[in-house]
Design a protein around this ligand. Structure first.
Ligand code: ZN
Ligand code: ZN
Ligand code: ZN
Length: 357
């Protein structure tokens, strides 16, 4: 905050608050807000009847419960010190941001990402361990998928998605963030919504799934995110060859994701790999996104982001190709940049499994 000239940090709904104090604000019309003055004890302004949800940390922050007829914005304003610049959480509801701006005229406002973004992007050992637990959980589901333990042929995408969701929870996640299942031509839509489409023999099934880990009360959960493709039969040579190129591209990009490498250079490595088979034209999205308490966060591996990766960054490496109306594929792991090189947290087989289940 001092480096950014910020006097007060205000955090409400969204991932910054649980990352900092282990409490997730309810995304409702009653205001919950942690007020962090630069040189005073932070206080959590929260509906009184939600105070029992808070794991209190005396000496770290105080708790200020407000009653149904109190004005929570005034409570926050009372705790904001005199100063010039306020940073407010990116996910804060606009109604509260606007009310606070009216109540604190003359301040400069900026997004809290300027204060917490770089801190959240560099994971400490405990965070990497949580991400590893999350990754190992979905790796086991991927192995079950590849081993034919999850029925595919004759099932709808939605049914397989629901089964993935049940397994995500069984593997130690508190919630499912997404479970994309895209069969055949639907695999050409990167964020396909699984529906009534019945999975047939001899087609690709793309599965991209993840959740947020269940942690002890007062600790934030961390996210998993993996994509594996299987084929319900012997893949045609055209698809198998394209998948091989994708797999090599993903491996090359992973190896390049080391501290000091500009984020965009890793994206380029993946694209160059796909270009060997003219598949780069069908790679429709950035290579990857950071991951932590949020499924998508900084750093983003995308052309235009020349910021160098630093040790402790955790992000996805997920090249793909998407040929409209025909098929598509993606291969995704969560990777951590370390002083010893790139460390993949996901290690389920990256080969194209043939599944006749
Ligand atoms: Zn995505
Ligand atoms: Zn994914
Ligand atoms: Zn992802």
């Amino acid at each position: 905050m001092e480096a950014r000239g910020v006097d007060t940090l205000l955090l409400s709904v969204g991932p910054d608050l649980p990352w900092l104090i282990g409490y997730e604000a309810m995304p409702l019309e009653r205001l919950t807000m942690l007020v962090v003055p630069i040189d005073d004890t932070p206080s959590l302004v929260i509906p009184s009847f939600e105070v029992p949800r808070v794991i209190e940390r005396p000496g770290v922050f105080t708790v200020d419960g407000w009653g149904e007829t109190d004005d929570p914005v005034a409570r926050v304003v009372d705790r904001v010190p005199a100063g010039a610049r306020v940073a407010i959480g990116d996910h804060t509801w606009t109604r509260f941001t606007i009310d606070l701006q009216h109540a604190l005229p003359g301040r400069e406002w900026e997004r809290a990402a300027s204060v917490v973004g770089d801190l959240r992007a560099v994971k400490d050992e405990a965070e990497i361990e949580a991400l590893q637990r999350a990754a190992s959980g979905v790796d086991r589901i991927a192995a079950a998928l590849q081993g034919g333990e999850i029925p595919l042929i004759g099932q709808t995408e939605a049914e397989v998605s629901a089964e993935l969701g049940r397994r995500i929870v069984a593997e130690g996640h508190a919630k499912v963030n997404f479970a994309i299942v895209a069969a055949g031509e639907n695999a050409s839509s990167p964020h396909h919504h699984p529906g009534d489409r019945v999975i047939r023999e001899n087609e690709v099934v793309l599965c991209d799934f993840g959740g947020t880990t269940a942690e002890p009360e007062g600790e934030p959960g961390y996210c998993s995110d993996i994509t594996r493709c299987v084929y319900t039969g012997e893949p045609p040579a055209e698809f198998a060859d394209a998948y091989d190129v994708l797999q090599r591209s993903q491996a090359a990009a992973t190896a390049a994701a080391i501290p000091g490498a500009p984020a965009e250079s890793v994206d380029r490595v993946a694209r160059q790999g796909l270009a060997e088979a003219d598949l780069d034209q069908w790679f429709l999205h950035r290579l990857g996104h950071g991951i932590g308490v949020e499924a998508h966060e900084e750093p983003y591996l995308v052309e235009g982001n020349s910021d160098p990766l630093v040790a402790g960054n955790a992000f996805s490496i997920e090249p793909g190709f998407y040929i409209a109306g025909k098929w598509g594929a993606r291969l995704e792991d969560i990777v951590v940049a370390t002083a010893d090189g790139a460390r993949s947290l996901n290690n389920a087989s990256r080969d194209l499994a043939i599944v006749q289940a």
